[in-house]
Design a binder for this molecule. Structure first.
Ligand code: HEC
Length: 131
């Protein structure tokens, strides 16, 4: 029984060390990623990035619900809004965009602003026919 207790205790310690190491590795990974991204200017596809916005802002940035539509907004405005979310002082009342925008590089923000500005606000007759 005593043996069991010390083994358990040892395991507990080992687990703790393992957990701490894993946590540190994950943290380092998370910290290193944006650093690398900024330095290496990775190749990214604006369409893939934009797809991540569709969940909330609707397909092609045309929102059917209460979250604002972002399709067809002027590029400069979109850029400005995303930079504001990314800044350390996001607009009052911001709920999720500050956290999302923090993960975007300036190049990605530029690409996203350009992407959504080029989509028309409402679907064309052709697009409607396809639906
Ligand atoms: C989890 C849901 C969610 C996702 C994903 C999301 N947004 Fe948002 N977005 C919001 C909400 C909610 C707001 C209103 C501001 C807030 O509460 O953060 C908003 C606001 C905005 C605004 C300002 C619109 C306005 O008129 O005020 C822009 C621009 C924007 N989002 C762009 C994006 C882009 C680009 C992406 C993809 C990289 C994205 N969002 C992904 C939920 C989301």
């Amino acid at each position: 029984m005593r043996y069991l207790a010390t083994t358990l205790l040892k395991n507990e310690k080992l687990m703790h060390i393992a957990r701490t190491a894993l946590g540190a590795a994950a943290l380092l990974g998370a910290l290193a990623a944006p650093g690398l991204a900024a330095a290496d200017q990775p190749i990214f596809d604006a369409k893939v990035l934009a797809a991540a916005c569709a969940n909330c802002h609707g397909t092609d940035g045309r929102s059917p619900g209460s979250i604002p539509s972002i399709a067809g907004r002027p590029e400069a405005i979109l850029k400005q809004q995303l930079q504001a979310f990314k800044s350390d002082t996001p607009p009052a009342g911001t709920t999720v965009m500050n956290r999302l925008a923090k993960g975007l590089s300036d190049q990605q923000i530029d690409a996203l602003a350009q992407h959504f500005s080029q989509i028309s606000r409402s679907p064309s007759a052709q697009e409607v026919a396809k639906q």
